[in-house]
Structure formats: structure tokens, C-alpha cells
Design a protein around this ligand. Structure first.
Ligand code: SAM
Length: 329
């Protein structure tokens, strides 16, 4: 779990949008679409542990911009098996305790809490206190059946989870997190869930595939460079989801996967433009020799996006891992 290199240190909004990857986002611009400095985030080398000035940060504006599309993309098919598991939990009358890892501004809770019955207490984990503040303020208030939903925030490194940290947990969730973890952290997560007998719903992991319509001759090269960027340092990039499946399976869980693609069209042009900037920027950061061609490509793609003539399918996967219950879990 070594430190990793982060992205460029110039805080343009495009870089902020793509900071540290995460679902559907590149890390770092650099293909010519600069100059919209929000000044909210300073990017730098990525360190372990709590957010510091040198940790890759995520702009709340970016997380908010994608929340609606994230919400439509997450797989509804995994909810029924999850509900059945939760309904069979011993001691469920006291309500569920749900740990959301890398919660950002809390979009996973806003999506899931109103889709589950029963009282819920959400423990929102992130290393960035700035994002935890947004998550606490915007937390969901009621469950599907009107039961009360409460939250607490916990600042820290989710790569260091142990079964003890999940004692008493009914469920672990994450959204757009796996592809910013390394293999040791994914193993620790699977081991912690197995030790606690706790199911995990891990949504919106990048799959490494993008379909743009109309197609362009540079699409494949940008995709490859972006995927390599996602694999920088110890990161697993598009392989993180299969690594997680293997890790949970090794720990005795039953694993199900469902697609959860973003489908972007003219109604999502603001998100598509920001995603394009981050995606192309990360590709150029990975392969600087692409810079000139990628700048022209990005200009063309952004013009098509603005004209309502571009659509994109950005593939992701959701994973439900049902650990073997342990006594009292
Ligand atoms: C791509 S964002 C996703 C945020 C949120 N789950 C969502 O879907 O909008 C990744 C989040 O994970 C957090 N994060 C990344 N690595 C972390 C770590 N090792 N420990 C704690 N939080 C981490 C980041 O601060 C960020 O809020």
C-alpha cells in the first residue's frame, strides 16, 4: 500500500472533475481545455491515510454533477437479493447499520436509504473532512417505509478496515471507490466483510469500456491510454472489479455482478463535457505523445456535445457480495 503519484498540480475544473479517477473520470486535464480554475481543490501526490494537502481530492461540484446519472446507472437488480439478506439478519428489529466507504458527498446513501425498509443508521466514511461535511448536511432522512434514517461521519482511511471496524454492521456500501483502491486494500475490504459476516454492495466501478456515437478514429487510443492511467502505481483500474469478485469469493462470499453504465446524451451535456475533459486529460497525462491529436479530438468532441450531437455509454459494474453470516451478524 505504497504512496502513489497523483495528477497534475494545476487546479483546473477539468482536473478536479477527474481527480484520482473514480467512476468515469480521468485524472488531470492537459489536452488544451484549460482556464476554468475553480480554485477549490489543490491536487498533488496521493498519500495514504487521511486527506492532507497532498492527497488527491474530489471536488463536491464534480460529485454533485454526476449524482443524477449515477443514480440512474446503479443496478436495481441487486436490490432484491440485498433486501432478502437484510430481512433475514438476526437482530434487524433494532435497525440496520450501514457503512458507506469513500462516501464523498453522500450520494450512495441518498440513493439507497429510500430504497430499503426499516430504520437505518449510516456511518459515512471518507478521508476528506470537507466532503464529509456535505455528506452530513445532505444526508437522507427517511427509509422506503418512512422509518428514520440517521447518520454519523467517520474520517479515516478505508484501506485499513478490519473486521472490528465493521462489528455490528448490517451492510457495507461503496460507490465509485474500487478503482481508486489497490489490491491490498480490496483484500482488506473483503476480509473485513467476511470477518463481520456483512454483505457489501459496491457500485459504479469502471469497466474500461466506452462507446461514443458517432465513433471517431482516436476513440480506441484514448480509451487505452485512459485505462493505462487508471492502472498507474498500485491501482488496478478496470481490473479492480474482477479483483474484488475474486477476493470476496476467496473469503466465502456469494458474488453477483450487474452492469451499471452511464448513458449520456444531450440532456447530460454538462456532465459529458466535464467527463470528456477528465477522460482525455488523463489519457494525455499517461501518453504525452497524444497531446496534439488529443487536443483537436477534445475540441471536436466538446463541440459535438454542445450541439447535442454526441452520446456516450461509459460502462461500469456493480457488485453484491453476500458474506456467510457469522454469529449475531
Ligand atoms: C470517486 S469519489 C466517490 C464518492 C462517492 N462515493 C460518490 O459516489 O459520489 C471517491 C471517494 O473516496 C474517497 N477515498 C478515496 N480513497 C480513500 C481512502 N483510502 N480512504 C477514505 N476515503 C477514500 C475520496 O475522498 C472520495 O470522496
Amino acid at each position: 500500500m505504497s504512496g502513489r503519484s497523483g495528477t497534475s498540480t494545476t487546479p483546473t475544473s477539468a482536473e478536479v472533475a477527474g481527480a484520482g479517477t473514480g467512476a468515469s473520470s480521468g485524472a488531470g486535464a492537459g489536452a488544451g481545455e484549460r482556464g476554468r480554475d475553480t480554485g477549490t481543490i489543490r491536487l498533488g501526490d496521493r498519500t495514504r491515510g487521511e486527506a492532507t494537502d497532498d492527497t488527491t481530492r474530489y471536488a463536491p461540484e464534480w460529485l454533485q454533477l454526476r449524482e443524477g446519472v449515477d443514480s440512474s446507472a446503479r443496478s436495481a437488480e441487486l436490490l432484491d437479493p440485498l433486501r432478502i439478506r437484510l430481512a433475514n439478519l438476526p437482530g434487524r428489529a433494532g435497525g440496520f447499520v450501514i457503512h458507506d466507504l469513500g462516501c464523498g458527498t453522500g450520494s450512495m446513501g441518498r440513493w439507497l436509504a429510500p430504497r430499503l425498509d426499516g430504520p437505518q443508521h449510516w456511518v459515512l466514511h471518507d478521508r476528506d473532512p470537507y466532503l464529509l461535511h456535505f455528506a452530513a448536511v445532505g444526508s437522507p432522512r427517511s427509509a422506503a417505509d418512512g422509518s428514520r434514517v440517521t447518520v454519523e461521519t467517520q474520517r479515516g482511511d478505508v484501506g485499513r478496515l478490519t473486521p472490528d471496524s465493521l462489528a455490528g454492521a448490517s451492510l457495507v456500501t461503496a460507490s465509485a471507490l474500487l478503482d481508486v483502491l489497490d489490491a491490498d486494500e480490496i483484500e482488506a475490504l473483503a476480509a473485513a466483510c467476511a470477518g463481520a459476516g456483512c454483505p457489501a454492495l459496491l457500485t459504479l466501478s469502471v469497466a474500461g469500456r466506452v462507446e461514443l456515437t458517432p465513433a471517431h478514429p482516436l476513440d480506441a487510443e484514448i480509451t487505452d491510454a485512459f485505462n493505462d492511467h487508471q492502472r498507474r502505481g498500485d491501482l488496478l483500474g478496470p481490473e479492480a472489479i474482477s479483483e474484488a469478485c475474486d477476493a470476496f469469493t476467496r473469503h466465502g462470499a456469494t458474488v453477483q455482478m450487474q452492469p451499471s453504465a452511464w448513458r449520456l446524451g444531450p440532456d447530460e451535456s454538462a456532465l459529458m463535457a466535464e467527463w470528456l475533459r477528465g477522460w482525455v486529460g488523463a489519457a494525455v497525462e499517461q501518453r504525452p505523445e497524444l497531446a496534439t491529436r488529443a487536443a483537436a479530438y477534445l475540441r471536436e468532441r466538446l463541440a459535438a456535445c454542445e450541439a447535442g450531437e454526441l452520446s456516450a455509454v461509459v460502462h461500469h459494474s456493480d457488485l453484491l457480495a453476500l458474506a456467510r453470516p457469522v454469529g449475531g451478524a
